[in-house]
Write a protein that binds this ligand. Structure first.
Ligand SMILES: Cc1cc2nc3c(=O)[nH]c(=O)nc-3n(C[C@H](O)[C@H](O)[C@H](O)COP(=O)(O)OP(=O)(O)OC[C@H]3O[C@@H](n4cnc5c(N)ncnc54)[C@H](O)[C@@H]3O)c2cc1C
Length: 283
């Protein structure tokens, strides 16, 4: 299906993108385009007005790449999912990004889809949001006034991932003392989008878990923390019965939200898997 005509803008600096974004009305940003172009077609099919202007972020060097900045790693918004999977800089606690990236869709999508698109597209099932929440990532934006805003990922997703700014990068602190586990369940064998995903980060202090974050993506709401499970895990030692006992300490509202019996069951399977993995890591 042909798209309705629009003006396609290709700024080659962040400054000119910000200027265009501030000046134009009826405008959308394009990153990899894997969701945007499809949603323009859907809008046309439904008879909904499509935007007159698209600003592509593809030719802005400031928005590409992964940088080691000493105590933290910065991942720019136009870095694609395959570049994340391939990056030698994502080690230690940052290795969780590579684990999540490896499982996202197909190679074709991973080559095009960007971290920025994954975090700001406002589809509740994409996987990087839970990873960012569990990694205490900070999300950086630039507004049309040129000012930078920094928002913890947890707050961004609590606010339903709304923004009228350009997302530029995430920064994540390096910390080899933090271990992680990640789990995702497929929705179906045909369309590889996740039914649910879970990401846990924790630190073992004197043989006990501490500062644990359990980030849950239930596909219905934006990524959120299960504080009840975190409270249960903190102070516990890795052990054989931990995974089973933990199931008694879930924030049921998160896992049962608009869920089928299968999905509720898969959440419990997922929790058991990741807590067993976590225990194995610390044996
Ligand atoms: C077939 C298919 C399967 C997929 N499977 C998975 C999966 O298994 N797991 C998973 O996590 N994801 C999956 N995805 C999602 C994919 O990883 C991308 O996140 C998604 O396609 C959007 O990325 P994009 O770069 O193409 O964004 P675009 O389509 O270009 O943009 C999406 C939206 O984000 C906004 N946006 C993009 N960048 C910025 C920015 N820098 N600042 C502000 N707003 C911005 C755009 O305006 C637009 O509204 C899948 C996608 C497809 C098409």
């Amino acid at each position: 299906m042909l798209l309705r005509p629009f003006n396609f803008h290709t700024p080659n600096s962040l400054e000119s993108a910000v200027q265009a974004y501030g000046k134009l009305r009826d405008v959308k940003l394009q990153a990899g385009g894997t969701f945007l172009l499809n949603s323009l077609k859907t809008m046309k099919r439904k008879g909904v007005k499509t935007p007159q202007h698209i600003i592509s972020l593809a030719h802005i060097p400031e928005l590409r790449g992964i940088e080691d900045q000493g105590d933290c790693v910065v991942i720019k918004s136009m870095t694609n999912i395959d570049e994340i999977y391939d990056s030698p800089l994502l080690t230690g606690n940052l290795g969780v990004l590579r684990v999540a990236a490896r499982n996202i869709s197909s190679q074709l999508i991973r080559n095009m889809a960007t971290l920025g698109g994954n975090l700001t597209c406002r589809y509740t099932w994409t996987e990087m949001p839970a990873v960012m929440v569990a990694s205490r990532a900070r999300m950086h934006f630039v507004g049309v006034d040129g000012k930078e805003e920094i928002v913890p990922a947890e707050d961004f997703f609590k606010n339903a991932a709304k923004t009228d700014k350009i997302f530029t990068h995430v920064s994540i602190k390096k910390d080899d003392g933090i271990s992680f586990v990640y789990y995702r369940a497929k929705k179906s064998v045909h369309v590889d989008i996740p039914l649910l995903s879970l990401c846990v980060t924790t630190r073992l202090v004197k043989g006990k878990f501490s500062q644990t974050i359990v980030a849950v993506n239930n596909g219905v709401a934006f990524a959120q923390r299960d504080r009840k499970l975190e409270e249960f895990l903190n102070g516990k030692s890795p052990g054989k019965t931990l995974a089973e006992t933990a199931l008694e300490h879930l924030d049921a509202a998160i896992y049962d939200a608009r869920g089928t019996d299968y999905k509720k069951y898969m959440f419990r399977v997922g929790i058991k898997h990741i807590l067993r993995d976590l225990t194995e890591k610390h044996r």
